[in-house]
Write a protein that binds this ligand. Structure first.
Ligand code: PA5
Length: 468
């Protein structure tokens, strides 16, 4: 039997943190609107929309990914994802959460035969060059992931790798490439058809940051030996809960209402996610994207300027206790905190009892790092509580594929529901497109000639930049 994640919002309540918190009456006040938004989502889902909700029930993608991986797992030293944003952050988070913490360093035997896995979500030339120096591309399977099939960063990586593979292996390079993209749209699909590459589909109606449970996230996970069926099972359990449970027993509805309330009524417009678990650290990054890109919007659904969105921040326990917590407890009270905690770590490490004569060290002996980690988390929670800072907690009984699947779907739903609270479209990203357009123009893409002139004029006017 899989144990579920738990949600605890007691430290957001007025009876715990005083007037900085939310009253029971205010919380109940969101019941009808939250229920209406949930019911709207349910209706959209039942009539074939909101495809991300149906992904956990579709076993086909997992089956295909596992079959593909099984047939090839022993053939490669490296599996490399070339992608960015929603086409990379989920892969990174899944590998950190469910793979060995030093996955690429342990032996292949310890990885149960799986290749090393790299997810390259940047085009920094020094990083890319260094990476190419490190691996043998002939022993590498590259997974190019781009839903649109035209993102400049990913396409540039693809062109570089394609050229290198082609020079080294000629026609045989086909065995070193697998492409994940839209079923029919985009340049990558055209290339797949022309060159007959192996490919996977990013299903229609699933946006980049909601695509972790499609082949985008499943393929690299299958190569890493992650139990992707259990991941989907966990996610499915949250969809079922969301569609069925009443407001006060529905953490996704509650947490959307709570975050909306603290942002819009209390001025807590920064949302800090702080995992007390190394395994969950990259899920704070994944959260950062889904929360920021989905809810940071200039216009509401009626076209009115609204400038919505809470700024998501990632922090890591215990590391950031010695970096951020001073600000969190004594700086401006403009944040809402979410702690991710773990009941049962996979390993226990005892601290030896040494230097008994030194009181300042002796107390540590015979405890474990597990205890210290938990007590440090409790310390931060209590310090924030004393400072009347709003905080909630997601507790993982254990970090495994099931609970991680639950967490993913929890936040996908919460984000979609929050879109309804803010009355904005959580599925587009016009602000990202603006930056992309500038890059296209400067790189000389056809059709952007006039825009390029305009940009160059703007750039030449810089009078505030000088040598120090
Ligand atoms: O969430 C999104 O839609 C974006 O973050 C995309 O994932 C990102 O821009 C990459 O796009 P693509 O997969 O089309 O290359």
């Amino acid at each position: 039997m899989n144990s579920s994640i738990r949600f605890d919002y007691s430290n957001l309540m007025q009876e715990v943190i005083g007037k900085e918190g939310i009253s029971k009456k205010e919380l109940s006040g969101y019941k009808s609107v939250s229920t209406r938004y949930r019911d709207e989502m349910k209706k959209e889902y039942e009539s074939g929309g909101l495809k991300f909700l149906s992904l956990p029930f579709n076993k086909q993608y997992a089956k295909e990914a596992l079959k593909f991986a099984k047939e090839r797992i022993n053939k490669y030293e490296n599996f490399v994802v070339l992608g960015i944003g929603g086409s990379a952050l989920g892969n990174i988070a899944l590998l950190t959460a469910l793979g060995h913490p030093y996955y690429n360093i342990v032996s292949k035997k310890e990885r149960k035969g799986s290749p090393r896995i790299f997810i390259l979500d940047n085009i920094d030339p020094d990083q890319f060059y260094g990476f190419l120096e490190t691996i043998d591309i002939r022993k590498t399977l590259f997974n190019v992931v781009s839903k649109s099939g035209e993102t400049a960063e990913t396409m540039s990586q693809f062109l570089i790798i394609y050229d290198m593979l082609n020079r080294k292996l000629g026609k045989k390079h086909k065995n070193n490439l697998v492409i994940t993209t839209d079923a029919s749209k985009g340049f990558l699909r055209k290339i797949i058809e022309k060159e007959n590459y192996d490919s996977f589909v990013v299903p229609d109606g699933v946006g980049g940051r909601f695509s972790i449970l499609t082949p985008v996230g499943l393929l690299s996970s299958a190569f890493a030996g992650i139990d992707i069926n259990n991941l989907l099972k966990g996610a499915a359990s949250i969809v079922e809960m969301f569609l069925k449970n009443d407001y006060l027993k529905n953490p996704t509805m509650l947490n959307a209402a709570l975050h909306y309330h603290f942002d819009t009524q209390k001025g807590n417009n920064i949302s800090v996610m702080m995992p007390y678990s190394y395994k969950l650290k990259d899920f704070a990054d994944w959260y950062r994207q889904i929360w920021a890109e989905s809810l940071g919007k200039k216009f509401n659904l009626k076209g009115k300027e609204v400038f919505t969105g809470q700024t998501p921040i990632k922090a890591l326990g215990v590391t950031d206790q010695h970096s951020q917590v001073q600000l969190y407890t004594e700086g401006p009270n403009n944040k809402i905190f979410t702690f991710l905690s773990v009941d049962d770590f996979d390993n226990t490490i005892k601290i030896p009892k040494l230097f008994k004569e030194i009181d300042g060290l002796a107390y540590l002996g015979n405890h474990s790092l597990n205890e210290l980690m938990t007590f440090e988390r409790i310390g931060t929670e209590l310090a924030l509580k004393a400072a009347k800072r709003p905080q909630c907690q997601i507790l993982f009984p254990k970090v495994n594929a099931f609970t991680v699947g639950q967490f993913i779907m929890f936040y996908e739903i919460q984000t979609a529901l929050s879109g309804k609270f803010y009355q904005i479209n959580p599925y587009d990203q016009p602000g990202v497109e603006a930056g992309k357009k500038v890059a296209y123009a400067l790189m000389g893409r056809k059709g952007y000639e006039d825009y390029q002139k305009e940009i160059l004029k703007q750039l030449s006017k810089k009078e505030t930049s000088f040598f120090v």
